[in-house]
Ligand binder design. Structure first.
Ligand SMILES: [Zn+2]
Length: 193
């Protein structure tokens, strides 16, 4: 069950560890515009969806969005590493957006209501996510290129469930594989709203 992962602290620690690795790669690469060194310049950002009703206890390091700033005067460009925790500029955790959007099909109305109440997200937000997958995500340059890797093609009308089905393993492996696949959306200059 994907939804039980949202309340699993080990799962969130794993996502943070992946994000640290991705951030280290960006730090080592340096500024892609001028080649200068980059300094860590994280954002304090508490992602939505880690409701206390889930019983989660996570440290303050989970409320940081890794980010780097070029150290060279006259450049100073900012670079966001890809992320498995944040999805573009969405305020909710990427895992929450994916899990709720995935479960919209094939889950009873009552269970869905309990889930979104526990997570602390309102129905209008969930409805917006549905539109986001169908209209915004499918129009991103990322998906326009990445979709070619899937054969048979992924049905855009069934996103993201049509994507998560393409990854192997149990619920955690599939969810992580999908978050990793989506991570470039949150990195660099590509910022899908
Ligand atoms: Zn630079």
């Amino acid at each position: 069950m994907y939804s039980t992962l949202l309340a699993d602290a080990r799962f969130h620690e794993l996502l943070l560890a992946f994000d640290r690795d991705l951030a280290d790669t960006v730090r080592r690469t340096g500024c892609i515009w001028c080649g200068g060194a980059v300094h860590s310049s994280p954002y304090q950002r508490k992602p939505g969806g880690r409701s206390s009703r889930l019983g989660l206890r996570l440290g303050p390091e989970h409320d940081q969005r890794f980010s780097f700033c070029c150290a060279i005067d006259g450049c100073r460009k900012r670079k966001m590493p890809p992320s498995l925790r944040f999805l573009g500029r969405k305020v909710y955790l990427a895992a929450v957006v994916v899990v709720i959007s995935t479960m919209q099909h094939g889950i009873s109305e009552r269970r869905m209501r309990r889930l979104i109440e526990a997570i602390g997200v309102d129905r209008r937000t969930v409805a917006r996510w549905r539109v986001w997958w169908r209209e915004v995500f499918t129009a991103t340059p990322f998906w326009q290129i990445a979709r070619a890797a899937f054969m048979p093609p992924v049905d855009d009308n069934r996103l993201p469930v049509a994507l998560i089905e393409r990854f192997a393993g149990g619920a955690a492996e599939r969810l992580i594989a999908l978050l990793r696949f989506l991570s470039p959306i949150s990195g660099g200059q590509v910022q899908a709203r």
